[in-house]
Structures are given as C-alpha cells and as structure tokens.
Design a protein around this ligand. Structure first.
Ligand SMILES: Nc1nc2c(ncn2[C@@H]2O[C@H](COP(=O)(O)OP(=O)(O)OP(=O)(O)O)[C@@H](O)[C@H]2O)c(=O)[nH]1
Ligand SMILES: [Mg+2]
Length: 279
C-alpha cells in the first residue's frame, strides 16, 4: 500500500513523514518543488509475530506501507487542474494523508499568513475535488466530440457518458467520488483516469503542544467517526464516505494507518501524543 502525504507548504508533511518512517529527511522549505521522498515501513502485527514464533520460519514478512512525502499542493493550483507532475505522483497512491497545520510558530511561515486548520483542510479537499471536476468535464467534452465525429464505438461512448455524467453530478454537488457506489466494471473503467477523490483520505491536524484539535462536527472531515487513540469518539456521525480525520496533539504516539499501531516513533517537533487514528 502506498500512501501519499500532501498538504500546504510548511504544514509539517516532512515532519510527519519522518515520524512515520523514523527518517531524518531535512525539513527545509521545498518552495513548491515537487520532490518526492519514499520510505517503506513494516507494519508490526502481533499475530504474525506469534505465528512466526510458533512455526519458526526462515523469514517473517510483515505487511508493508510505503509513505511518500509529496510537496507542492497549493490553494488555487486546481484552477486548470493540478500540474501533470504532481498529478502523476498522486495517481500512484492508494490513499492520501492530508496534513493540515494547526501549530502556531511565528518562525514558520503560512502561505495565507494565518493559522486556520478548518479553512486549510477545506481548501485542500476542494482542490482535489476541483481537479476531478475538470478531468470529468474534459472527458465529457471528448465524448461529445467523438459522437459528433462518428465512427467510434457507440455503446462504449454511451456507457462512458452515463458514468461520467454521474461523476459530474456528484462532484458538482461538492461530494467526493468515494461517496459513490461503483460496480466492478465501473471501477475498472475508472482505474486509468486517476481521479483523486476516489482515493481514501486521512486528514491529519498537526497541532502544537497543548492545543486541542479543531471541532470538526458538521464539516466534511466529520463524516467518519472521529476518534482519538484514547478511544473517545468526538463525533458520532456515521461514515458516509471513505475518508477520515485525525489530529496530532503535539505529536504522534500511534500511527493509525493499519489497525495495529506501529511502534512509537521519535518525533522531534510535533512531539508527544494523542492520535492519528485510522478511519
Ligand atoms: N512549532 C512547531 N513546528 C513544527 C511542527 N511541525 C513541524 N514544524 C516545523 O515547521 C517547519 C516546516 O515543517 P516541514 O515538516 O518541513 O513542513 P512541510 O509541509 O514538509 O514543508 P514543505 O515541504 O516546505 O511544504 C519545520 O521547521 C518544522 O520543524 C509543530 O508541530 N510545531
Ligand atoms: Mg517537506
């Protein structure tokens, strides 16, 4: 499984990537460059450890997660679609981790000049949605052209037109594509289109020491149950889409990407604690 870490410049992507992978990639400003760092980590699983102890195999292989620290997403970049190079990277991911800055530190610039996690989370999710909307509209235009020209597979054209009109409707209603149900054939059909809002997204609020997570009730981040690793549910909504949200209260104790937490990583600036829970 490959998970891409995205977010606004200086939101703490590399810091979180280092925490998740026990890496030491420098947290120097990437200034909009698309530099991707990849690291593969084992997902410790006590069941595998136990089985390995019982059967004593020559090799024990745990499930692996590849984390990719992808810089470069900025508000407004989706006006004409996210750039090809970035889109290409994002398309290779099975899921996205959206890092949202919550910490205050006047030595670390914020592209909007102020700290507002809900604004940033919303604007990033909107970027992804707009990107898909542009891609879907382009495809629909292409299908119309093909129909006008004639000579194309009419059944395929009709099937794709119906499917893409459904996608267009969902996106125009401001909903991500992962909120839709697809048949296996439709999944296959869409696989090559690289639509970003089909991917599961975990929103991680990178809060400073002593800060609590923003109140996500009634927001897009609230749809799945919002839980901290202490098990408390912050929001009782039933999940209506595959996505989720977590917060780093000054750090990471668990990684919630897999159902079993990883070992405790050493976190330098994001510090010690509460959650990042899987959806
Ligand atoms: N005070 C404080 N600083 C943090 C926290 N998390 C990250 N930082 C600092 O914020 C700066 C930016 O962090 P990075 O992890 O490089 O952020 P980034 O999103 O990877 O930045 P770009 O790759 O340039 O977009 C670094 O100086 C970090 O040390 C935090 O929780 N609190
Ligand atoms: Mg970085």
């Amino acid at each position: 499984m490959k998970l891409g870490i995205i977010g606004l410049p200086q939101s703490g992507k590399t810091t979180i990537y280092n925490a998740l992978t026990r890496g030491n990639t420098p947290t120097t400003a990437s200034a909009g460059r698309i530099e991707v760092h990849n690291a593969v980590v084992d997902v410790p699983d006590p069941r595998v450890t136990k089985l390995s102890g019982m059967f004593n195999p020559r090799k024990t292989i745990y499930a692996k997660v590849t984390y990719a620290d992808i810089a470069g997403l900025e508000a407004g970049s989706a006006k004409s679609g996210i750039s090809g190079q970035l889109l290409n990277q994002l398309n290779q991911m099975d899921g996205l981790i959206l890092v949202v800055r919550g910490f205050t530190d006047e030595n670390v610039m914020h592209p909007s000049g102020s700290i507002d996690p809900m604004r940033d989370a919303d604007s990033m999710l909107t970027e992804l949605l707009l990107n898909d909307l542009i891609a879907v509209e382009r495809k629909l235009e292409k299908l119309i052209e093909e129909r006008k020209k004639g000579g194309t597979d009419k059944t395929l054209n009709a099937r794709q037109t119906e499917l893409f009109e459904k996608l267009n409707k969902t996106l125009s209603d401001n909903k991500p594509l992962r909120s839709m149900e697809f048949t296996n054939d439709e999944h296959r059909e869409l696989a090559s289109f690289g639509l970003l809002t089909r991917k599961p997204i975990l929103t991680v609020f990178n809060m400073g020491e002593g800060q609590s997570a923003p109140d996500v009730a009634g927001t897009r981040q609230a749809r799945p149950p919002f839980r901290c690793v202490d098990g408390k549910t912050r929001n009782g909504d039933r999940p209506t889409e595959r996505g989720g949200c977590g917060c780093l209260h000054g750090g990471i104790r668990h990684q919630g990407i897999k159902s079993e937490p990883h070992d405790q990583p050493v976190v330098r600036s994001a510090a010690s604690a509460n959650l990042l829970h899987r959806w």
